[in-house]
Design a protein around this ligand. Structure first.
Ligand SMILES: Nc1ncnc2c1ncn2[C@@H]1O[C@H](COP(=O)(O)OP(=O)(O)O)[C@@H](O)[C@H]1O
Ligand SMILES: [Mg+2]
Length: 293
């Protein structure tokens, strides 16, 4: 395992992600000091490196990241373009594997698993929310939400999808197609789709990036509510006002963690957009919703 500062200086290739002036990557654990000693880590990165090769050139997108994210954390990932945010999210989401170092998901080292094992983990342990919603256009909101369950053994698929739609306040839009929904509603459907499998973590890549600020507020109110129900949420954002809603902010620069800070007083949703759907949890609700649908 490489230690701090020992970052492959023998490699003669140009390092596109690190100008000569960059300080050496930190490799000590960050954030752990503020976590409850009994908190269950959902994500652990240990001296994680990710290189991309383009022809003869190697781009070092992540350079020795060590961090831990516990169950029911609410984390914003920030940093300039090219700092490694998407690379890190791809690793969190089992869409890509590290070049070296370890990535543990719910205590299990998944760094070296096969593509098919990764796909299975991705299917049941991770919910994705994208900037551009990524809904199927000719499919109802309900069917979009149901989609992640289609290839699983899950029972009561329709009822579970309805319960997830209800959690985001859209049970009454179940039969609408995406083009009949506003941007904010589309993103709520996408959040319901991410929630339907009750994943270990929700990964959101700029979930408010395509929305106006009021709608962004509404989406953050949904995330706040899902977080208050115990969900672990990690989101990339460029907006300080969005990051201020999260409990922890990790800033990347040139492939390493520049800062990792805790928000003692996260900003609150405005009262008119606050949701309180704590009672709308599966499985109790699924019967009522199945009956209603
Ligand atoms: N598939 C890829 N192939 C080659 N280089 C890549 C690839 N993906 C990202 N990179 C490079 O890795 C670095 C980090 O990129 P990325 O993680 O996308 O940053 P961010 O999301 O913070 O903008 C950048 O220098 C980018 O050009
Ligand atoms: Mg990116």
């Amino acid at each position: 395992m490489m230690t701090s500062g020992q970052h492959n200086s023998a490699n003669p290739t140009r390092d596109a992600a690190s100008p000569a002036s960059t300080p050496p990557p930190r490799s000590e654990p960050v954030g752990l000091g503020r976590q409850d000693a009994h908190a269950v880590p959902v994500i652990e990165l240990i001296d994680l490196h990710k290189n991309y090769r383009i022809g003869t050139e190697i781009v070092r997108a992540l350079r020795g990241v060590t961090l831990s994210i516990a169950e029911n954390e609410y984390v914003a990932i920030m940093g300039p373009s090219g700092s490694g945010k998407s690379t890190m999210m791809n690793i969190f989401g089992c869409l890509d594997v590290p070049t070296s170092g370890e990535f543990r998901l719910s205590g299990k080292d998944v760094s070296k698993l096969s593509q098919s094992r990764l796909a299975r983990i991705r299917g049941c342990q991770i919910g994705f929310v994208f900037q551009s919603f990524e809904l199927l256009p000719r499919t109802t909101a309900l069917k979009n939400v149901q989609l992640p369950l289609m290839y699983t053994q899950a029972t009561k698929k329709r009822a579970r999808a309805m319960a997830a739609l209800d959690r985001v306040g859209l049970a009454d839009r179940a039969k609408h197609h995406p083009n009949q929904l506003s941007g904010g509603q589309k993103q709520r459907v996408a959040i319901a789709r991410a929630l339907v499998q009750e994943p270990d973590i929700i990964l959101a890549d700029e979930p408010t990036g395509n929305l106006d600020s009021k709608t962004g507020e509404e989406i953050m109110a949904i995330f706040d509510s899902v977080y208050s129900e115990g969900q672990t949420i990690i989101m990339v954002t460029h907006e300080e006002s969005i990051a201020a809603r999260c409990r922890r902010v990790i800033r990347l620069r040139d492939g390493y963690v520049e800062s990792d800070t805790w928000n003692d007083r996260p900003s609150k949703p405005s009262s008119e957009t606050a949701h309180d759907k704590r009672e709308a949890r599966l499985p109790n609700d699924s019967h009522r919703l199945a009956a209603a649908s």
